[in-house]
Design a protein around this ligand. Structure first.
Ligand SMILES: [Zn+2]
Length: 307
């Protein structure tokens, strides 16, 4: 009897680790291991047969997976918005076979709630109580940004891991609730690096410059479209080294850091935007991602097999 419970117990344990995946022959893994509100996430799916395409729907976002030939894995970048409450959210996966047959599968992905810290800041009055003229400028900027954010390149432009834009200490993490001059302001939707004015800022990955302009809050701001709804933003620059429409490589210098716009001093604010959600850049920079189309790199192959 004891033996039976032992067997049943270990079977149960197995089931917890390998749920429907084993039955359907599909597997799904994701990183980071613990997803919180504001986390980007890389999702990997293996399917024991050839399919033409794979799409996913999770937390109201629809996204396409790309096939990583080397690892034989379908991968996609997605994310849980800052407002996502703790819970288990089903991802719906839809694949299409070469003969046009649709296959669907669902799996729960848990999200934990993270409470981000609060900080108090002092900024010049005009940034918390802008004049009528400044208000018009802010509204104009909003239109410019919204127009840029509508840009969605269907194909994936990024390749492999994301690289840090500057080699510097972090001065402010993502998600912090900011209280400007005593008033609760917006959540800090990016990651701040402590760099003096004039430090070269590099593109975190391949993409196309969709915005390179001076804006009221952002200062001199560059936005790079990496495809599939993923963009990175670089704020408060002192100088632009790229123009709108430029194609950029990973690591390419796109500007020099500064303290333009609403900044308490010179620093680089890096933001990651995916399908309208601001996600934690620190998590994105730490993800190991497929290097599709760049097969000669043995080091990245090693990384793949350990994932
Ligand atoms: Zn910032």
């Amino acid at each position: 009897m004891r033996f039976f419970f032992l067997v049943a117990g270990s079977l149960l344990l197995l089931c917890v680790h390998l749920p429907a995946a084993a039955a359907a022959g599909w597997t799904l893994t994701y990183a980071p291991a613990q997803i919180v509100n504001g986390s980007p996430v890389v999702i990997r799916v293996t399917i024991p047969r050839f399919v033409r395409s794979l799409t996913g729907v999770w937390l109201g976002h629809e996204f396409r997976f790309d096939f990583d030939e080397r690892a034989k894995v379908w991968t996609a970048l997605a994310g849980a918005g800052l407002e996502t409450k703790a819970g288990s959210y089903a991802i719906e996966l839809d694949a299409e076979t070469p003969d046009g047959q649709a296959i669907s599968w669902e799996k729960e992905i848990p999200v934990r709630w993270r409470r981000y810290p609060r900080v108090t800041l002092k900024v010049p009055e005009r940034y918390t109580a802008p004049s009528a003229e400044e208000q018009r400028e802010i509204e104009q900027d909003k239109k410019i940004k919204d127009e840029a954010f509508k840009t969605v390149s269907a194909g994936r432009e990024w390749r492999g891991n994301f690289a840090t834009p500057v080699a510097a200490k972090i001065s402010e993490v993502f998600g912090v609730q900011r209280i400007f001059n005593g008033t609760v302001g917006a959540t800090h939707q990016g990651l701040d690096f402590r760099v003096p004015t004039g430090t070269a800022v590099a593109a975190v990955n391949r993409g196309r410059v969709i915005l390179a302009r001076a804006l009221f809050f952002e200062g001199n701001c560059v936005v790079i479209d990496h495809g599939q709804g993923l963009m990175t933003l670089y704020l408060h620059l002192s100088k632009f080294l790229v123009a709108e429409g430029d194609e950029v490589r990973k690591g390419q210098r796109i500007g020099l850091s500064g303290g333009t716009g609403r900044a308490t001093g010179p620093h680089l604010h890096l933001a990651v935007r995916w399908q309208g959600e601001y996600l934690n850049p620190q998590v994105l920079l730490g993800l190991r991602l497929p290097d599709a189309g760049d097969s000669a790199k043995t080091s990245s192959r090693k990384k793949q097999t350990h994932n």
